[in-house]
Design a protein around this ligand. Structure first.
Ligand code: C2G
Length: 130
């Protein structure tokens, strides 16, 4: 059994997110997703997500690639989450390249290429007419 874990906000869910989750799930038998809480997202990006954490988690939980998700409350707890959930692999998009290398003591760390030309920030800008 190979357990894969990934983390993200997954706000205004889009095809870049699904591509990441699909490829992450193909790297093991179980995919666990840490969904950033609204507070963590505010601390990271100085704004609250468009969709609240319950809605974001509900979307993630309904995907066939995902076995289950939990709320990621703090970036500092990442090692604890990896150990608690018995992660064999940590997967992140390559916008995080190098940022999680220290966790290779706990599990394999893999950065996957981001899907080009789509992001939550751009979608919000387009819808907002900016
Ligand atoms: N992603 C992608 N391609 C895109 C957009 C996003 O592959 N076009 C990936 C990101 O690289 C990330 C995942 O989708 O791995 C979720 O993206 P975000 O919701 O933007 O995640 P972020 O807010 O960066 O949270 O502990 C780490 C953080 O919680 C990551």
């Amino acid at each position: 059994m190979r357990t894969v874990i990934t983390f993200g906000t997954f706000d205004v869910f889009h095809v870049g997110h699904i591509n990441l989750l699909q490829r992450a799930s193909a790297l093991g038998d179980t995919l666990i997703v840490g969904v950033s809480t609204d507070e963590l997202n505010y601390n990271k990006k100085q704004r609250y997500p468009i969709y609240n954490q319950e809605s974001r988690a509900k979307i993630i939980n309904s995907l066939r690639y995902v076995n289950f998700c939990f709320f990621e409350e703090s970036l500092e707890k990442k090692a604890d989450y990896l150990i608690y959930y018995g992660a064999d692999v940590l997967v992140m998009g390559d916008d995080w390249k190098g940022k999680f290398d220290q966790f290779s003591e706990i599990c394999e760390v893999i950065y996957l290429p981001r899907t080009p030309s789509i992001s939550t920030t751009e979608i919000i800008e387009v819808i907002g007419g900016n």
